[in-house]
Design a protein. Structure first.
Lengths: 545, 73
């Protein structure tokens, strides 16, 4: 009962903070969606970190460590610790500056203006929304599952908080926070959430360390000495190709609409300084304890029915009940922190990129846009809740969708890089890259669900010397040549489409290029060549641009 | 001078990226660092700290100050 009380108190605090933010808010979209671009340094860091951390960072990481061993940390955490801050440093700061200068509130608005084309923005909007929705649904499902697990008293037939109620609680609290507080409420809540799950890992490790007879060292030595479990403390069973492929996955982070929108919300560019330095350390604080406890779970508890619940089982056995409550609150924090940003991002995109872009504000005014956004938040959360209930035992479908969504967003990173750094890039290159990404997602998802492990889809040559280009690996995942993950051909293929499509078509007009790539004063004075590309004819542009 | 700084910082980032692929630790479990961390896990924990240091170096020597100035204008 104690864990449930801790979690309910926590949820009440979250709802209360949302209410305060509501009273501080103003009725314009810049305030509702971006907190008036006023997010300070430390809040920005805590919030951007919460945006990226899902329940997977706590439960999934320990579950995967239980199954695959310590390699999970290098595979998923340490690569993110370098690549994500690097993309925030190189791309996030530029997005912030463009948002501040030209008033963009979403990356779609930036793409439309940068390439003088409505259609490219609409295509990227549609693709982003399709990839984001499963992510949001799985967050609600994760919250419902965790609350049911934590509230299950041993010996009882059913949990105190059943799955449907758990999903409902998460959906209602997230909706309240976002509906009332918008971006301001979301980032305020993130301060509490991130602090909570940053502290959780260290506390859990310290308590379990003292509770385990013999300490961690003895268990690790046992695992290393047993040929059957040795792979858990090495990477013997982890393919190096997958290990490298995974370094491309964090490229997805900056392409998530909620991450890009967060970058627009900072008050000053200096807010990014602390974030990029602290980000790898925060990942270390969360992932290292979870991976360590997941591996130790094999030695301490042996075989368990649900590896994703290994952390809960370890706490149940070796820690006091209040810590399990803290863990529950930490997990719910991670679920709600990311879910709130996803809901807000979808609402921002629909309101800004569709409703306002196609004349809604002119017709109904600025206040109506905020009402539209709030209505959309309710609609989308109710829909996500109903889907989460309807597909209770089919979570795997969304897990696959989310897995491909990460590859999909990573494959869209070349579009963003080209928009920001390559003057010669064109809307046709971006369109080719976006369509290539969509086609890959669809194709790989079909293969994943229709083929079996060992099936070869594409190969060059015949017999033993045949070169397998695309096949289903032993775990049932689509694999590219030599065992690389599908994210590899997707990212490089998308980059190729961007480059080829741009080189074959004419760049945007000189006015737009001057806007986004202003020449130095000296160059302007001397009129130096090469600074601006050949002007594009107006017929090149989209009809609506 | 500016281009030399750019080259050096690019090489630094590239080197850190390559250090992630620690093939030399692939099949090693020992020594246990601090008495309980398998060497592969300890390496990547240290790698996270290295990533933070790298970002601090980038912030110090390659901070896009011009962005703030341009946005203020």
């Amino acid at each position: 009962m104690t864990p449930i009380i801790v979690i309910l108190v926590y949820l009440a605090i979250i709802a209360f903070v949302g209410g305060i933010a509501f009273r501080r808010g103003k009725t314009n979209t810049e305030d509702f969606f971006l907190a008036n671009r006023s997010v300070g340094e430390m809040v920005f860091f805590l919030s951007i970190f919460a945006t990226n951390m899902t329940a997977f960072a706590i439960l999934g990481s320990s579950g995967q460590a239980y199954r695959q061993g310590i390699g999970i940390y290098g595979l998923m955490a340490s690569s993110s610790g370098l690549v994500i801050p690097l993309t925030i440093f190189l791309i996030g700061t530029r997005l912030w500056a463009l948002g501040k200068k030209f008033g963009h509130q979403t990356q779609v608005a930036f793409f439309r203006d940068r390439w003088e084309c409505d259609a490219i923005g609409t295509v990227i909007f549609a693709l982003s929304a399709i990839m984001l929705v499963p992510y949001m649904i799985i967050s609600i499902m994760g919250g419902g599952t965790v609350l049911a697990q934590i509230s299950h008293v041993s010996g009882a037939a059913a949990p105190l908080i059943p799955y449907w109620l758990g999903c409902g609680v998460v959906a209602v609290v997230v909706t309240l926070g976002v509906f009332l507080g918008g971006m301001r409420g979301t980032v305020w809540v993130n301060i509490l959430q991130t602090s909570l799950f940053l502290c959780f890992g260290a506390v859990a490790v310290a308590i379990i360390y003292h509770a385990l007879p013999g300490g961690f060292g003895q268990y690790m030595t046992e695992l290393a000495g047993n040929p059957k479990t040795r792979f858990l403390v090495t990477r013997e069973k982890m393919p190096p190709q997958a290990f490298w492929s995974y370094t491309l996955i964090p490229l997805s982070s900056i392409m998530f609409p909620h991450m890009a929108i967060m970058c627009f919300s900072a008050r000053k560019v200096t807010a990014f300084k602390r974030t990029v330095v602290l980000y790898p350390l925060a990942i270390l604080l969360i992932w290292l304890p979870c991976v360590l406890l997941g591996v130790l779970g094999v030695a301490a508890l042996g075989k368990v029915a649900d590896p994703d619940g290994i952390l809960l089982l370890m706490l149940d056995k070796y820690a006091p009940a209040w810590l399990a409550g803290l863990l529950g609150a930490g997990i719910i924090s991670a679920v709600m922190g990311s879910d709130a940003h996803q809901v807000l991002a979808l609402s921002t995109m629909f309101t800004k990129d569709i409703y306002q872009h196609y004349g809604g504000r002119e017709r109904y005014g600025e206040k109506a846009a905020v009402h539209f956004a709030r209505g959309f938040i309710i609609l989308v959360t109710v829909a996500a809740y109903l889907v989460a209930l309807g597909l209770k035992n089919k979570q795997g479908i969304f897990e696959i969708a989310v897995r491909y969504a990460f590859s999909g967003f990573a494959a869209m990173a070349p579009i963003m890089v080209a928009a920001l750094f390559w003057k010669r890039s064109t809307k046709w290159g971006a369109l080719a890259a976006a369509l290539f990404t969509a086609a890959c997602l669809l194709y790989f998802a079909v293969l994943q669900n229709s083929r079996h492990p060992g099936d070869v889809i594409w190969q060059i040559g015949q017999g033993k010397t045949a070169l397998k280009l695309l096949f289903i690996n032993a775990r049932g995942d689509v694999s590219f040549w030599n065992g690389f993950m599908t994210v590899v051909p997707m990212v490089f293929g998308s980059a190729f489409c961007m480059i080829a499509g741009s080189l074959l078509t004419k760049p945007p007009s000189p006015a737009t290029l001057d806007k986004y790539f202003p020449r130095a004063e000296s160059q302007r004075a001397s009129g130096s060549a090469g600074a601006v590309e050949e002007p594009a004819k107006t017929t090149e542009h989209c009809v609506n641009s | 001078m500016k281009s030399l700084k750019t080259v050096l910082l690019t090489l630094l980032v590239l080197a850190v990226y390559l250090l992630h692929q620690d093939f030399w630790n692939w099949t090693r479990a020992t020594p246990l660092i601090l008495g309980f961390l398998p060497v592969g896990l300890a390496y990547h924990a240290a790698y996270s700290i290295l990533a933070a240091v790298t970002m601090a170096v980038l912030v110090k020597f390659a901070w896009p100050k011009h962005l703030e100035d341009a946005a203020e204008k």
